[in-house]
Design a protein around this ligand. Sequence first.
Ligand code: ATP
Ligand code: MG
Length: 189
Amino acid sequence: MTLRRLGLFGGTFDPPHFGHVAALRAAARSHRFNRIEVTVAGDPYQKSERGSVRPAPVRLAMAKAAFDGLDLVVVSDREIRRAGPSYTIDTVRELLNEADEVDLIIGADLASQLDRWHEAALLRSMVRVGVVPRPGRAPSMPAGWITYEIAMEPVDLSSTYIRDTHPDHENLREFVPEGVIPLFEGFRG
Ligand code: ATP
Ligand code: MG
């Protein structure tokens, strides 16, 4: 059985947080999708130069703890199983064997960067792009892409903020789902 319309929400998820959860809930509520796949980047090539990305199996376990059980959502390790940099276009190619249509679901911070993604011109012809708001970033939709907005109340939170502010156990509860906390704390370094 093939799926009609699949939403693809990729990320580094170091760690997954309530902003991601809100985005996934909004995407499910939009009634655009029959399934939403969360892919955890094996080698997030735009970030790995930063040097401090937690190991992929840890980020996968955190993503499962955060997102399993959300309506329509499945957490996938396909980008981790694949060798080399995690390019979205390769994931889309795989998913188009399972679904008639694949839409990217991205935060507004990424909308203006799409043209810099790997094989962007080809990717542009393969997907539509649903954009969720991020505070302080009016989504500037890139020309030539088929885009639409997914409505949600913006959540002012990023993984960078959580990594940089070193919240203690109690404060972490404000930012990440409960099950993520021991996994994240286990890898503070
Ligand atoms: P980092 O600060 O490390 O970049 P992040 O919080 O942006 O982390 P990512 O793993 O980079 O999280 O993002 C995965 C996806 O989730 C991206 O499409 C990103 O735009 C989106 N996203 C992240 N935080 C939010 C948020 N607060 N609201 C809506 N979307 C978000
Ligand atoms: Mg980010």
